[in-house]
Design a protein around this ligand. Structure first.
Ligand code: URA
Length: 230
């Protein structure tokens, strides 16, 4: 929300007073005096007027997890372990997953309480590449490459997938880069050839690469430069 709207929504200031507060540089956001009425105030921002705290700001939290096979990308599941069971942090109910993976898919999973950040990461329009290492039951033909680039028609969503980059690594393995995250997208793409995906591992989401130090099931907080890269 804009700073001027945030302040005038409070019972203590009208719009005229808000204009003055800003001009007189009496408003601080995250410790810095702000005069711009359009400055973005988020749930994570600390807002003060004349040193009095109006919003303390929740801490924003960001983690990368090496998802193991055999756990679900959900915050709650009655039957199976979930990725959040692997996270030992307070207020876990506040956290959500940015880009789900299937039960047996492994690799990079990002977990946060910052909805704006996770939307930037997962929205198809941002076109951030999600890179997967794929193993299949049947051989992968070189002819797949052009079709992955051209796109697959998904009748359920009534859309054609955006150009994807497939690099054939071996007779049954490839690296695939896609910019969307449709339901079971990779399996459905190979399904076009009746070629079952038997191994799927997410290596990267945009600039964020799975930390090779993390064993399956381990996680760590993102570094400030990683958070800012999205
Ligand atoms: N595509 C899939 O089919 N499964 C995943 O887990 C991720 C992408």
């Amino acid at each position: 929300m804009r700073l001027d709207r945030f302040l005038s929504n409070l019972p203590c200031f009208n719009r005229q007073q808000v204009r003055l507060l800003l001009v007189e540089r009496r408003v601080r956001v995250d410790g810095i005096a702000v005069a711009d009425p359009k400055h973005e105030v988020r749930e994570f921002s600390r807002v003060e007027v004349d040193g009095q705290v109006l919003q303390a700001g929740r801490p924003a939290r960001y983690f990368m997890l090496h998802k193991p096979a055999g756990c679900v990308s959900a915050t709650l599941d009655p039957q199976h372990p979930t990725v959040l069971d692997l996270i030992d942090e307070p207020d876990k109910g506040d956290l959500h997953i940015a880009g789900r993976l299937d039960y047996n898919t492994t690799g990079l999973m990002l977990i946060t309480n910052d909805g704006q950040w996770s939307r930037r990461l997962t929205q198809p329009k941002t076109k951030l590449p999600k890179v997967y290492y794929v193993e299949t039951e049947q051989p992968i033909e070189q002819a797949y490459v052009a079709k992955f680039h051209e796109g697959f028609y998904f009748a359920f969503e009534d859309l054609t997938t955006q150009p994807a980059e497939l690099v054939v690594l071996g007779s049954h393995s490839a690296r695939l880069s896609i910019v969307e995250g449709r339901y079971h997208q990779v399996k459905r793409m190979f399904g076009f050839y009746d070629n079952k995906v038997v191994g799927l591992h997410r290596e990267r989401m945009g600039p964020l690469v799975l930390d090779p130090e993390l064993l399956p099931g381990q996680y760590r907080a993102l570094r400030p430069d990683e958070i800012a890269s999205i």
